[in-house]
Design a binder for this molecule. Structure first.
Ligand code: ATP
Length: 431
């Protein structure tokens, strides 16, 4: 009973306090998805995952786990609901991370001088080892040094650039906003449709290859973008087929600076894989003690939050989606994969017909689509859906079979930016 009382008292508690951090110290704060609080830099300099805090400006942090790090020392003011946990540490791997960043910057400079492409960095490691955080931090540091790297997110489970279920890339020209995350103006997005590539690994590889091809063309047209290079965040699936997919991504995106976090075994496996390729460097990085482990339910919630933010925006930048109704027979909904690869009559006796992972099937709009996230393709014709990136998403709210209508949530009113819709297995209970 005492524990419960303590817990309830904590849950109510408001804080309004100042923390003095010495050089190279980090204030780690973990708050649950329902909590939010304000952080303000009062003195000195500080950054959150590579993005500088501006003195006297409060930022609103909601449902995040983060670290305020200082290279010189600072005073930080924290105000709001008492976070689940808040503590200061002196030992962090930040200096080793900064050293790695300095080496990358030298490579970028050499690339620009010689008209070649800069480093293609990829972060590998199991789930919850800090890959997304490192990608963001290295991206922010690169931008602060004057580069314009392309961030690539291959982690379909979370989706830090777009909604979950996508492989995506976006150019970064200014530090990533602490409250908002990556900018959504110019992302290049391909829709896998599933929160894990195990649901369609062939399609995942196909889409990574498409993305790689487009990024290559962008780099060929822009020497600064080419020299700035890529920063690639990956899946936390590193065993068996997951490992194969990671190697495929490395080769497809021509990653040549492979950072391995946490696992010696993975480091040695990847080092052996590339031992004959002189141009590829495999570098081991220490995992930060601040990285927070998330349970399956936390991941599901964070996926749901990403979908919520796509339609409704964030506290600091709210959006107003619209609910629209269309005739079901006007919506061209397609599913990728699942159809037969070849008729069994054409296969040798005893052989199984394997489902074609890249087959497109036109689906009638049925109740099955309720609460499904549908990608709106830019494809000009149905046969180009696979190879075309997407414009955005709608969320199906209701399919009325009797009336033949579909009601959906859309980010903006009016016609959809494309005729063809792609469905997968991503659903949301969003209203
Ligand atoms: N130094 C730190 N202090 C506090 N929190 C941190 C720190 N570093 C990372 N985190 C938090 O830990 C959580 C997990 O980190 P991150 O998302 O980078 O891991 P990941 O390896 O990308 O995970 P996944 O493979 O599941 O996507 C995030 O909520 C992140 O904000």
């Amino acid at each position: 009973m005492d524990d419960l009382d303590d817990h309830e008292e904590n849950a109510q508690k408001e804080i309004d306090e100042c923390h003095a951090l010495k050089k190279h110290q980090e204030l780690r704060i973990e708050c649950s998805s329902t909590e939010s609080f304000l952080i303000r830099l009062d003195e000195g300099t500080a950054e959150i995952f590579g993005a500088e805090l501006h003195r006297g400006v409060s930022i609103n942090v909601a449902g995040q786990k983060l670290a305020v790090f200082t290279w010189q020392g600072c005073k930080i003011h924290v105000k709001g609901k008492k976070p689940e946990s808040m503590y200061i540490v002196s030992e962090t791997p930040m200096i080793s991370y900064m050293n790695a960043h300095t080496i990358l910057n030298n490579k970028r400079k050499a690339a620009l001088d010689s008209g070649k492409r800069g480093p293609h960095c990829i972060f590998l490691g199991p789930t919850d080892c800090g890959k997304s955080t490192m990608s963001r931090m290295f991206c922010n540091w690169a931008v602060r040094s004057g580069w314009e790297p392309m961030v690539v997110d291959l982690d379909v489970g979370q989706g830090s650039i777009s909604a979950p279920g996508c492989v995506a890339a976006t150019p970064i020209e200014s530090p990533v906003d602490i409250e908002e995350g990556y900018p959504l103006e110019m992302p290049l997005v391909y829709f896998l449709g599933h929160a894990t590539p195990s649901d369609n690994p062939e399609l995942y590889k196909f889409l990574v290859d498409r993305l790689a091809g487009l990024l290559q063309r962008r780099a060929e047209a822009d020497p600064k973008a080419a020299a700035s290079g890529l920063i690639i965040n990956t899946l936390g699936w590193i065993e068996g087929l997951g490992y194969e997919l990671q190697i495929h991504s490395i080769l497809s995106l021509k990653a040549d600076n492979i950072f391995v976090l946490e696992q010696d075994r993975l480091y040695s496996q990847v080092s052996a894989e590339f031992k004959d390729k002189k141009e590829v460097e495999v570098i081991k990085l220490i995992k930060s003690g601040g990285v927070v482990k998330r349970e399956k339910e936390d991941r599901r919630q964070s996926r749901e939050q990403r979908i919520h933010d796509y339609f409704y925006g964030t506290a600091s930048n709210p959006l107003v989606p619209v609910t629209q109704t269309a005739r079901a027979d006007q919506l061209m909904v397609y599913r990728i994969g699942g159809g037969p690869r070849a008729p069994s009559s054409t296969l040798p006796i005893g052989a199984q017909s394997v489902a074609d992972p890249l087959r497109l099937t036109n689906l009638p709009a049925s109740a099955e689509l309720s609460q499904s996230l549908l990608a709106v393709s830019h494809a000009p014709s149905a046969d180009q859906i696979l190879s075309t990136n997407i414009a955005g998403f709608i969320l199906v709210k209701d399919v009325d079979a009797a009336r033949g209508t579909v009601t959906y949530l859309s980010p903006s009113p009016g016609n959809l930016p494309g005729r063809y819709l792609v469905t997968g297995s991503i659903r949301s209970s969003l209203n």
